[in-house]
Design a protein around this ligand. Structure first.
Ligand code: AMP
Length: 221
């Protein structure tokens, strides 16, 4: 059975970490609009230049831009067995845009995982987040530090911080989430697709629960 999923959750909830592990396990693409936009910025494209202004302010990039990116990405053949959308949709306008794209290609969403977390821990999670540019390993200086300060355990390169992971922008991003993205929990609850996951646990525990819930839902079809 195809597994077409959305991972919802506030910034800093760990949804990207989970989405990447689940995608790797199921051998389906992990489609992460935040990373795609950061790649556009790094490549200096026109779309990247537009997105950067919003990202640095902790606001959403224009819906038309992300919908176009997603439409192109979903048309690629590697999505034939399913996909995970991480960080998209992020507003009702985007969710409706996604419904339209999926209807055009005769697809649908099967599950929406909502990673739930107390707001008080989110800013810390983001402000202490670091990653390795070379191998992509992720760390948190407070909750999951590398062995040597600011150095990747795997490739020994210095760790980097995302431009929007400072306290000020992280706080704005939480505000944007509450205003624009949180209403999607009701949108997908009404469609009977939401699976709530407690995100305040160890990475492996959360992953195990997601995989169990997927199995349970898939076997009941
Ligand atoms: P993320 O890596 O998911 O935390 O996203 C980083 C930033 O990229 C967000 O704060 C937004 O500014 C932008 N972004 C990512 N995904 C979207 C989206 N679906 N719609 C609009 N902006 C987005």
């Amino acid at each position: 059975m195809k597994k077409r999923m959305i991972f919802l959750g506030p910034p800093g909830s760990g949804k990207g970490t989970q989405a990447s592990k689940v995608a790797e396990t199921l051998e389906i693409p992990h489609i992460d609009t935040g990373s795609m936009l950061r790649e556009e910025i790094a490549a200096g494209t026109e779309e990247g230049k537009i997105a950067e202004q919003y990202i640095n302010q902790g606001q959403l990039a224009p819906a038309s831009l992300v919908i176009r990116i997603i439409k192109n990405r979903l048309s690629r053949p590697d999505t034939k067995n399913g996909f995970i959308l991480d960080g998209f949709p992020r507003s009702l306008e985007q969710a409706e845009g996604l419904d339209k794209i999926l209807a055009e290609i005769n697809e649908k969403i099967d599950f929406v995982f909502n990673i739930d977390l107390a707001e008080s821990v989110l800013v810390d999670r983001m402000a202490f987040r670091r990653s390795c540019k070379d191998c992509g390993s992720k760390y948190n200086l407070k909750f999951n530090p590398p062995e040597q300060e600011n150095v990747c355990d795997k490739c020994e390169n210095p760790l980097t911080q995302r431009a929007d992971d400072n306290v000020e922008t992280a706080t704005k991003r939480i505000g944007t989430y509450k205003k624009e993205t949180e209403p999607l929990i009701n949108y997908y609850t009404d469609k009977g697709l939401i699976i709530n996951i407690n995100g305040e646990r160890e990475i492996v525990e959360i992953f195990t629960e997601i995989m169990e819930k997927l199995e349970l839902k898939t076997s009941s079809f």
